[in-house]
Design a binder for this molecule. Structure first.
Ligand code: ADP
Length: 598
């Protein structure tokens, strides 16, 4: 059983324990037993959620006897404990919900690529839009609870401040194109170019406050002013002021505006959506960075948020941006139109920026910070290029690239990979070769640089394909394998996470059912190309599940639909597949159960 599952059981047990009377024990004995239980659970929570808990401290203060507390202290203590438990619960649940939701979004992307009627397309768009809203809420909940229980990671690195402001403004400008709104930036000139601090959190705060301003101004102006304030030893303060001429907030509502789940007007949610968590997250981030935030507003006139953050002057310099003529840009954009690009990136600002840029150039984009999810996208979608952030949590970009290069699926294995990196050393260059990374772009990069790299990689790939005619794909399975499935390897890939494995099995089943449906349809209308495509697509999933017999059949269907195109032979193979599928499914379910018990 995984520690997280054990925690769930312990929480159930804790509820029962609280109702238990312990009649046969003395008060001290009962209290001692309860405390040992709590000490164990708290320590396990610390391990699971990455927060070290000193067991000795717990022992000292709790084992044997409850510490003596005043009523108020007891209330505060219980409240803090409850807050932490609920914070962890929210963090775990929202984290677990992201994977299947990303799956839904990914599959609707795939669905949109198939032939749909106008009404069906609208329905898929609606599913996608609702899923994205849900994902945003879940991400906010996750972040909110991580901040509350102190699990959010803050960094202190050198970054180009002007670049961050420029990128944030670029994104905001894309949000006001349909509105009659002007957006201005006013920055004092003596602010150093390179600062030391947390660029990711700064951009998140700015995006959130400017995003709100854009949301609540239909017509008018929004401005961002940045000033340098005071100069306490070595550090300095930057004051940011975000003003808008929007709907404003009433005096009454202003008092509680930074509280969680708070929306100023009752009708706000109906009209504008949102979770009411944004400002509370912003406030917690700013306070964690030793800053502060305030707001002033007048209903019907506008709102101003002001926040102050300390920074240090950073070291190092950034290369100036190349200013290529716009004409080249326009011509180049046409070259990347339609490219399908998978981006591994964990920084929210970078995610939005890159998505926005690639989409405006007509590329189709998948973005993720989760290595396994990304690998799954690669196996199930046609992807022309991978952009890989090298610094990612859990599995870094080098490791993900190595996995890609070891894929048994030829098109996955050969996909061009461009690394996105903030610093580049000789060691990195060696590591690039080992991990199979083809090229890199230094961060921060301009849209022109990104575009040029994409075009260069595309040209390299096109010339490789022009030279080598694609050899016939060899089935990767051992035909003599007798076991129906092998989930042990894929469980290892999931780093032992049963929940993830179960999700992959659900995706696998969907893929196979889709394959069965498609082959039936295209056997009827004798469309060999579609059968070939469907078989090609399903093969990798079957190999991944170790479903050898089904993989062998799919590989044969693929070969026959490609070469001799014999419909009767295909009908026969399809019949075999239909007979075999339920047997394999039973084997998968049995193996899942077996692995779940271990
Ligand atoms: P949400 O995600 O719902 O927008 P926030 O915490 O970001 O949550 O904002 C809380 C509420 O504060 C909003 O619902 C809105 O009523 C009010 N608010 C925030 N910023 C502005 C603004 N610039 N102008 C008017 N109202 C605002």
């Amino acid at each position: 059983m995984k520690p997280k599952d054990l925690l769930v059981h312990l929480s159930h047990l804790e509820a029962k324990l609280n109702d238990f009377s312990f009649e046969e024990l003395t008060t001290d004995e009962a209290s001692s037993l309860k405390n040992s239980f709590h000490a164990f659970k708290t320590n396990l929570e610390g391990k699971v959620f990455g927060e070290p808990v000193q067991i000795s401290t717990i022992h000292k203060s709790t084992i044997g006897r409850e510490p003596i507390r005043t009523d108020k202290e007891t209330d505060d203590h219980n409240k803090a404990k409850l807050d932490k438990t609920s914070g962890m619960l929210i963090a775990t649940v929202s984290h677990e919900m992201r994977t299947p939701l990303n799956g839904i979004i990914g599959f609707t992307d795939l669905l949109k690529e198939s032939q749909l009627s106008g009404a069906q397309k609208n329905q898929v768009d609606a599913i996608q839009s609702a899923s994205r809203t849900l994902l945003e809420i879940i991400n906010e909940l996750l972040e909110y609870s991580k901040l509350r229980i102190g699990l959010e990671h803050f960094e202190s690195v050198d970054f180009n401040f002007y670049r961050i402001v420029k990128d944030v403004m670029y994104l905001c400008n894309t949000l006001i194109v349909d509105k009659n709104v002007t957006l201005k930036v006013d920055m004092e000139e003596d602010i150093p170019e390179v600062l030391k601090g947390d660029p990711s959190k700064l951009s998140q705060v700015l995006l959130n406050l400017l995003g709100n301003a854009i949301k609540f101004v239909e017509e008018g102006s929004i401005s961002l002013r940045v000033r340098k304030k005071g100069q306490p030893a070595g550090n300095f303060l930057l004051e940011f002021e975000i003003s808008d001429t929007g709907i404003g907030i009433s005096e009454d509502n202003l008092k509680n505006i930074f509280e969680s789940f708070r929306q100023a007007e009752f009708t706000t949610h109906k009209k504008y959506g949102g979770s009411g968590l944004g400002l509370s997250i912003v406030k917690q981030i700013i306070e964690n960075l030793n800053g502060n935030i305030s707001v002033s507003s007048k209903l019907g006139v506008g709102t101003t948020f002001k926040f102050v953050l300390p920074f240090e002057q950073g070291s190092g310099s950034y290369k100036p941006e190349q200013n290529k003529p716009a004409v080249t840009m326009e011509a180049n954009k046409a070259l990347v139109k339609g490219m399908r690009i998978l981006v591994f990136e964990d920084n929210l600002l970078n995610q939005r920026l890159i998505e926005q840029r690639l989409r405006t150039w007509g590329c189709r984009v998948h973005i993720t910070d989760n290595a396994l999810y990304g690998l799954n996208v690669l196996e199930n979608h046609k992807i022309d290029m991978v952009l890989m952030d090298l610094r990612m949590p859990v599995m870094n970009g080098f490791e993900v690239s190595e996995r890609i290069r070891h894929s048994t699926n030829k098109s996955v294995k050969n996909v061009p990979i461009i690394a996105l990196t903030a610093d580049f050393t000789i060691r990195d260059e060696e590591q690039f070769a080992v991990s199979g990374i083809n090229d890199y772009i230094l961060k921060p990069y301009s849209p022109e640089e990104l575009l040029q790299k994409l075009i260069k990689s595309k040209k390299d790939m096109d010339s490789i394909y022009a030279i080598e005619a694609e050899p016939m794909e060899q089935p990767v399975v051992d035909a003599h394998k007798t076991s129906k499935v092998n989930l042990a390897n894929i469980l290892k890939e999931c780093q032992g996470e049963m929940i993830l494995l179960e999700e992959l099995v659900v995706l696998y089943k969907q893929n196979v059912l889709e394959f069965i449906g498609k082959v039936r349809l295209h056997l009827n209308n004798k469309n060999m190309e579609e059968i070939e495509f469907a078989a090609h697509k399903v093969k990798s999933g079957l190999a991944m599940m170790g479903a050898f017999s089904l993989h062998k059949l799919a590989a044969e269907i693929y070969n026959v639909s490609r070469t001799d195109k014999d419909a009767r032979h295909l009908e026969f193979l399809y019949g075999c597949f239909l007979e075999e599928y339920p047997i394999v499914e039973t084997a998968i379910n049995a193996e899942l159960e077996k692995l779940g018990k271990n």
